[in-house]
Write a protein of this length. Sequence first.
Lengths: 592, 562
Amino acid sequence: MRPAPAWREELAREAPGTEAVVEMGRKGQPTLRVEGVYLHSRYDPEREAAQLIDSAQLDPKRPVLVVGLGLGYHVAALVQRGFTVAVLEPCRGIARAALADAAVVADGFDCWVGGLDALDGNEAFQALAKRMPQWLVHPPTARLHPQYVGEAAELLARCALRGTHLSVAVVGPMYGGSLPITDYLARAFEKLGHRVLHAGNGLAWPLYDAATKSLQSAQAQGQLGGLLTHFLNEWSYARVAEFAPDICVVMAQAPVNPSFAARLRERGIITAFWFVENWRHMPYWRDVAREYDFFFHIQPGAFETTLDEIGCANHAFVQTGCDPSIHRPVELTEDERDEFGCDLSFAGAGYPNRNAFFRGLTDYDFKIWGVNWTARELAGKVQRREQRFTPDDFMKMVAAAKINLNLHSSTQADGVDPKCDAVNPRVFEIAAAGGFQLCDPCIGLETHFDLEDEVPAYTDLASLRARIDYYLAHPGERVAVAKRAQERALAEHTYEHRAQQMLDFIIARQGHRLLRKGVRVQRTIGETAAMLGKESALGAYLAQLPPALLFTHDVMKEVINLDIDATSYPARVFNYLTEVRSFAEILLKEDR
Amino acid sequence: MRILVVQTTRMGDVVQTTPLLRAIRMRFPDAQIDVLVRRMGKSIAARNPDVNGIIVYDEDEIFLDMRSGDSDRLLNAYRVADERISQLRETKYDRAYNVTHSVASAMLLKLAEIPEVIGAHLSDDWQFLLRGPWTTYFFMSVLHREFNDLNLCDITRHFEPESDARELVFDVRDEDREAITTLLRDHAINEGTPIAVMQLGASEDNKRWPEASFAELAKRMHAQYGFQIVLVGINEEAPLGANFEQNAPGLAVHLYGKSSIPELAALLERASILVTNDTGTMHVAAAAGCPITLVSVGHVHFRETGPYGEGHCAIEWRRAIMGSGHHVPTGLEERGLIRPEHVAAAVAHTLAYRKTGTLPDLELTPELAQLDLLFTRFAPDGCLEYYPLLRRPLSHRDFVRTVYRCMWLAWMDPNYTAEAEAKALALLLRCYRGPSAAEVAQWAAEMRTALEELAALAQRGHADAGALLAHVSGGGSMAEAKDKVGALMRLDDDMRIHSELHPACRPLIVTARHERDALEGGDVAVLTETTQRIYEACCARARLLQEKTLAFEKVWIGVSEE
């Protein structure tokens, strides 16, 4: 980016282009014609520019990045209104016409003319991007250069939001497999430095369970369940709306209705849904996929084609993963070793294919954990019958077993489902915990792990038994394989990677929405104190407060109550600000 | 002398502060008088010749910054506040008048180190306090609005106690008149055309009479008086005008967002009448001398915030507490109950008074049976009064509210006289028909009994506080002092329960409690002495209120005999 006069000087030295033709309008003001497109009104270009700016409802305190210089009527108007302005113009001929020939536009703005490649590393552009500029596209330029406009938006969003702390809400289910994943994802966003609301609904499960089980009538169960779900929908909405995040991720099975996303979108919140289910088993994805700004799923391939076909614009494959704070090696007590120790272990629900397949392993020292294990032949192997297990218990099972079995669920196959393309989280969790596992070769698993050296795979009972026998006989290899899998899991497959993948995708596609709304700057008290310096009264005051807490009003009003130096001038001012807010909220309530 | 007047509420409140500004100017003709207002109040303050300087302090922006959860914006809020405080400190104001119901405004004045503050302020140990009867009443009246009979202007102008300034001030200039003449001409309205202005908006939905009803009323007014109807408001209110248009196509000129506040004042100065909901426009009209018909629906307390000045009319669906929206649970339903023909009757009276200076009789027909129509005049006691246009029986609440008015004015206004009171009561009570003198006597007797019990409790408090003071002054033990304080706290609870049993005593008890809460300083003896005086004052107010029931009774008998 350079000031406009510098471009004027440079462009004036170039031979005039032929693509842009200056014509005089009805009121004697010049306009520009390029490839049959008029870049400004032939009647009243100044009025047209004013209307463009008015309709954009720009915040005068934030800079504006304009895409498309044209002859600069709109740029001149912005400068005149006191905005800080920067302009991107793809075409040198147009820029020359504007800056050197027609001279409609005044100085007082920075400019970039030409392709965008070099702009990514441009210091001035980076500095501008960090100021979260507002985005204003000159419509005729967008008609002439639609791809340029899209790329510019993406570049700006990427540069502006790089390293920015966002606010993210994660809405969880009452129950089920996506419940722990909600925790993992929320924690991952936190670890990445974002402000997070974990809007869980697990509290409601005991009530839901008791209420529905207390009734015989399916109709009554449905009605009551519906009422509770409606309540949870509203509760989730209220929490998220109050938190006012930049992005809200709704997890599969969360008790929210399809209009949930639209209501959040009205508040300027970007919405995403993470469908951590098998789309072939759970068809409700059809009701939600198009409702959200982003739809994340765990099955590449056919599902993506189907999503394209139904018009789901922004979908992406985001695999589940591991949370190293949960999925980690654990030390076992002697009692735990007795309870969980075995040659083979499987932890999970007794889907039909598992009930059928594992009947062929009953001659091993085999322990099965989880619910719905109905095969009579497995009765002696099932532990803690019909009890669910916690993630902590799961880690003990992994640590205690010589071999952890993994078999992807299927309602279609009797054992290994060759069509299965939904890699389950267990793969990553066992690996992160340092467990040795044998797994069926679910489609796509090979992109996450090496199926010989990290997660050895089997295709049928015979190959599984062969692998079991081999690895039981080679404990050293088991340890080496497990170590490699663990390193891979921690390096590539944590939920932090998944969360970052989601954010990258969202920012690339709709970062401009975040910019338009403005992203909240989230700085800690310590960072703010350092920024202000101890020589300022406020800096010195903040330096006494807990440095890791966020410097926001909600936090500060609590911190001031800690009474560190309640009589100092800054503390008094913060108390005053708290009262200003409280009075304004009373007035707002009265107005309602 | 440098004086700062803080009014950081809404636009209408800034207009309602102009009598106080005039009073200050009259007392300090050479003073530099600055006002601190929100952005919306700037153009009102700019047209006040009593004001020398305007400080715009938009707390809205600070509020949004704080609510944003954004670190930079919090820093910005801090900086804006810091700059404002510094500016106020550097100006070295000698005195400030705080006309805002907020602790924040009190804090700001404390931070600004202004030595003398009238209105809400903070003590040196940062405790909220009010000094003086009118400032206390200003704060306390909002807690028992059903018993308040005084307009906000009458309350705040008395922050200057000797004030007799009763004029709303807005300097409409020739340039405003010319601008509005041009604007009207652009809409084919010539200078001789009679104009009726309507403001369809309001700060909340339940305060808005329906646009369709306004449209029906407009048709009637156009047909009956030949008025050109003009709709005013801000741009965002234009959809209300569109609703109006659907019901009365082509009848009105829409001026949404087309006039500045001074031009709006010029328009209202020229208009024959404004029909409005409770809005800032209403106060501007009152200042510009435009007769007003206020359609009071929803959470409106027109006795407190209605138009200040003579010759305005308020119409309201009959409620348990007239002039108060405090207990109106069905605000939205109520909006439809007042019909255009009802408001047309109010309009007729407003116009008739403007034309002849007298009010035609209004019969209590079945059509009007469920309505209250009230008309403003300054009462002989010096303050604004809403006189009923429909003669119907006085209610118990009317009785209580009126005797409170007498008591408070006698208590707070050094110029108040029994003669003026008798005249004011007679003028008001002539607007009622019934009930019998015996029934009123019974109300008065019951109230006196309740007040007697309250006075006894307050006397006990006075005596107990005296004993505590003696104990503390004589160097008595801390344990015994604590017992005595405990006894006083139990007494306060007894008084509170008394107020629950006898709501008519509540304002006195709430006021006393507030005075107790706002004690200054840390000297136990001084605090105890002040506490003793508070009980004494509570007792004296109860006795004074008893006297006012007798005065009321006396006038009522006289008026009934007429």
